[in-house]
Design a protein around this ligand. Structure first.
Ligand SMILES: Cc1cc2nc3c(=O)[nH]c(=O)nc-3n(C[C@H](O)[C@H](O)[C@H](O)COP(=O)(O)OP(=O)(O)OC[C@H]3O[C@@H](n4cnc5c(N)ncnc54)[C@H](O)[C@@H]3O)c2cc1C
Length: 454
């Protein structure tokens, strides 16, 4: 069936393409408003396909997998949908695990939906079901235990796993990673007031974990291999502001700290650094980054780099297999974040259900939660050459920095107050052209005022 209208509208927030005489009132993917859509020219008009009673399998029931299932159901009322989850819990909000670790968020509030929601949406949720292999020739997913599930279209949403540096001692008792509810339960059981905790990795997850455990009155030290904290999300100035705040929370930070080995006799007693220092520890939490759970698709012969490669329709190199969320790599980016995983899930669900739509990519953004000093980092935050202009200040004991390139807003750091979060997200996503507003004297306060009026 050819699409009936000759106009195409692209959402400037998430890249969703709408076909029709006018922009939609709200974006079905990210809830952006009609004014956030721009009319574009499209060379090739994709066609809708009736999904009928197709069989859909989704591997992984994180936010990407659950969003994909909901989106398929919306567009394919008669399809069979099976959602496989390795974990035994009902799907939950992974991003709130650090809040749970801090004692700010009860475990009972973590589920994304109630069990009855899956029944109402006729989604066959199978918890404790591990996909072991994908047979591409017969289009089947083979489960641990031997069951083989046939599919017409498959969405792989297997997420990622913590990266554990190859140093001796990582298998000692009281050494943890943070990815699942079960990890958080175990860490909470091991940490009491006064427990000496070392977090290996001073990125966003390391700092949130440190902040959460400091709230449990543990004595926390963060080890960062780089010479300043959160090197992926902050510039040195922003990092200084955050380090001062961590001092006030009694969290010790050691930079240029490359771990050599974790020592102990059965139980951990410390972390030894390459530069000779020994940091005492009763508990170690490794927060050194993550890696895509891409083995299933790699074994099946599909193309994998940092993640499983997908095109704008979130299709892998196999036409009936999509990949979304932390496992996927789109246009060179593996996001590792909640909102893109949710958008990708919705968009892949639509494509799999026969409603063509594209993911245009979004600027990478990171939000720091449990430290009591919120932080937003979005887009470009460190200049890579002389063509960038940074406008910054330290208003209200925090920090704000706006990054421009050729008069367009391409990145922003906000530490302390996040009042500007919404307009900033929109403006960076749209690469807002502020040439006519900017002068050599424009201050950060003036940029903030300009954005908040949008
Ligand atoms: C503690 C913590 C805090 C975070 N905080 C934030 C935040 O504040 N903001 C933010 O943007 N992001 C945050 N993130 C990152 C965010 O949670 C992830 O980007 C997001 O959850 C990715 O969703 P996903 O569905 O792709 O993968 P996941 O949520 O990892 O879900 C994948 C699921 O697939 C399952 N699975 C894997 N292999 C198989 C298999 N073979 N068979 C069956 N099931 C399988 C896994 O067990 C898992 O349940 C945080 C992450 C953590 C760990």
């Amino acid at each position: 069936m050819a699409l009936d209208s000759d106009k195409t509208w692209r959402c400037s927030i998430c890249g969703f393409l709408h076909y029709g005489g006018a922009a939609p009132e709200t974006c079905p993917i990210c809830d952006a408003k009609a004014e956030d859509f721009k009319e574009i020219e499209t060379a090739v008009r994709p066609e809708r396909r009736d999904p009928g009673q197709d069989r859909f399998i989704i591997i992984g029931a994180g936010i990407a997998g659950v969003s994909a299932a909901a989106s398929i159901r919306e567009h394919a009322p008669n399809a069979e949908i099976t959602l496989l989850s390795k974990e035994t819990e009902i799907p939950y909000m992974r991003l709130n695990l650090t809040r749970m670790l801090a004692g700010e968020f009860p475990e009972k509030n973590l589920p994304l939906h109630s069990m009855s929601w899956y029944e109402e949406h006729k989604i066959d949720l199978r918890t404790g079901a591990v996909a072991e292999r994908i047979n591409l020739t017969e289009k089947r997913v083979l489960l641990e235990g031997g069951e083989a599930l046939p599919f017409d279209r498959l969405i792989v949403a297997t997420g990622s796993h913590p990266w554990v540096p190859p140093v001796p001692g990582t298998s000692l008792k009281q050494v943890f990673t943070v990815r699942s509810i079960e990890d958080v339960r175990q860490i909470l059981a091991a940490v009491n007031a006064g427990t000496q905790v070392v977090c290996i990795g001073g990125g966003i997850l390391g700092l949130e974990t440190a902040g959460a455990l400091a709230k449990q009155n543990a004595q926390v030290t963060v080890l960062e291999a780089f010479d300043y904290l959160m090197p992926m999300q902050l510039n040195p100035e922003g990092s200084n502001v955050l380090s001062d705040h961590l001092k006030m929370l009694n969290i010790d930070v050691v930079t240029n700290a490359i771990s050599d080995c974790i020592i102990g006799d059965g139980k951990v007693t410390g972390v030894h650094l390459k530069r000779g220092l020994l940091i005492p520890a009763e508990v170690v939490v490794i927060t050194a980054g993550d890696r895509a759970n891409s083995e299933l698709l790699e074994q099946a012969g599909l193309t994998v780099k940092k993640g499983v490669l997908v095109d704008n329709f979130l299709r892998t190199t196999h036409p009936d297999i999509y990949a979304v969320g932390d496992v996927a790599e789109h246009d060179g980016v593996r996001y590792g974040a909640w909102a893109p995983a949710m958008y990708m899930g919705k968009i892949a669900g639509m494509n799999a259900a026969g409603v063509p739509t594209e993911f245009g990519g979004i600027p990478r953004s990171h939000l720091l939660k449990v430290l009591g000093k919120p932080m937003l980092s979005i887009g470009m935050v460190k200049p890579t050459d002389g063509s960038y202009r940074m406008i910054e200040d330290h208003a209200d004991g925090g920090y704000r920095m706006f990054m421009f390139r050729d008069g367009r807003l391409v990145g922003c750091l906000l530490i302390g107050k996040l009042k500007l979060m919404k307009p900033v997200r929109k403006a960076v996503q749209a690469r807002m052209d502020m040439k006519d507003f900017l002068t050599l004297e424009t201050s950060a306060a003036e940029v903030a005022e300009y954005l908040s009026a949008r």
